[in-house]
Design a protein around this ligand. Sequence first.
Ligand SMILES: *Cc1c(COP(=O)(O)O)cnc(C)c1O
Length: 490
Amino acid sequence: MKPIFLDHASTTPIDPTVATAMSEVLTGALGIGNASSDTHAYGRDAASAIEAARADVAALIGARAEDLIFTSGATESDNLAIVGVARGRADRGRHLVTSRTEHKAVLDPVHQLEKRGWQVSELEPGRDGRIDSATVAAALRPDTQLVSIMHANNETGVVQDIAAIAAVCRARDVFLHCDAAQSVGRLPIDVESLGVDLLSISAHKLYGPKGIGALWVSPRVRPWVEPLMWGGGHERGLRPGTLATHQIIGFGRAAARVREQRDSDARHVEALASRFRSGLAGVEGLRWNDHPVHRLPGLLSLSIEGVEGESLIAALPTIAVSSGAACDSTSGEPSYVLRAQGVPTELAQSTLRVAFGRFNTETEAIHASTVVREAVARLRAQDAPGSPAGEGWGMGEAGSLREGARIRCFVRLDTKQNITAIEFRAATCPGVWTVLDGLKRELVGRPAATPTLGGPRDWVRRFNLPTEKLGRLFRVEDALGAALKSAGEP
Ligand SMILES: *Cc1c(COP(=O)(O)O)cnc(C)c1O
């Protein structure tokens, strides 16, 4: 059975009406023509269907259709906005302003520009994740060309006061780009009242297809944006290439559906989120990282004290949730977004992002809170204080949650100094637990003086672990060594 999908901040399933609209394009006459071919009906029909979709997407953000450029997604939109404006304005000055908690699709192009001689101010959010407009004002310089601040954060759902930041930028005649990939499907958005100059959108965050997005470019900033590619002048010269009719029509359909459903979607996912949250009432040591007021509906970020992050995710096989940003969870680094919000490393590593969506049910939300509650209790019991053993046992401890392994080892020896029993209490990842279980099985009966089945480097091979786990295994070796030493002492 597939887990319940609760990861709607990383992507959303395609709405069935969107899938139908797209497959009608792919299998029908509309899928044949190239929208640039105006000599026959195939091309003209594709072009007019695309323009209708463009109008649907534009209406979602209160924009004029002609100011919307289709791209491959918000990553490309962010790159086009940032690098495009930087190139278009390079001879006026080379300073950019952004924040620590932006998506990599903003931070990476900004860092590329930095390598090429641009100066960058990366603003620090407050502990609530928000950037004060006064902080933006203080960072602006006479040579600042662009400010890029996201609307809603993809890890925490914290929503920025973009209108206030925009007012500061307008007053100083600096352009403002806003990555709104997370918020466009979940919050009402109007580019005029937000006051931004460029806005990035992604279809797959609002029940549309993956691989299509848009950049809204205000007429004011349009002359200053350079394309990143050349090849035929499509999309007002900003994004060449044959338009992907089926993707765009799917995007348009998804946008129209969001306009009809956004408010009821928001109420629905907020109800599920509060059901989930109240299901965890009374569990100690929880830190909620989402904002109490300025938040995306349906998105929760929860850091859990005293448990190790990988084992937490592994203990939740029936729900599909993220341990932070989807793009970051393979690196093993605790989230830079949470760190920037003042969440300590050892707490940031045990974070769950739960993002409810249109098709989730109350039963699923209740199930989710139940399994999280049970998993936390189970993991904490594996690491419970005190001793599982009695008199005459040796004990050794090493490591910390920060290092991904907090290990306590208990051993008992017989009169000939052979190991007769061994126990562990630990907070660590499932991989290290396989080593602990292996040691428990294999060390009994061996002499305490030469017990270890080799050391961490041998265990990595023997138990088939990635070498990144070596650091954690050294903590195991330390705890075991200390336990044997204390057991051997009279
Ligand atoms: C998902 C996301 C992106 C990337 O969008 P793609 O369409 O997948 O390229 C960029 N920024 C934010 C805030 C996002 O949530």
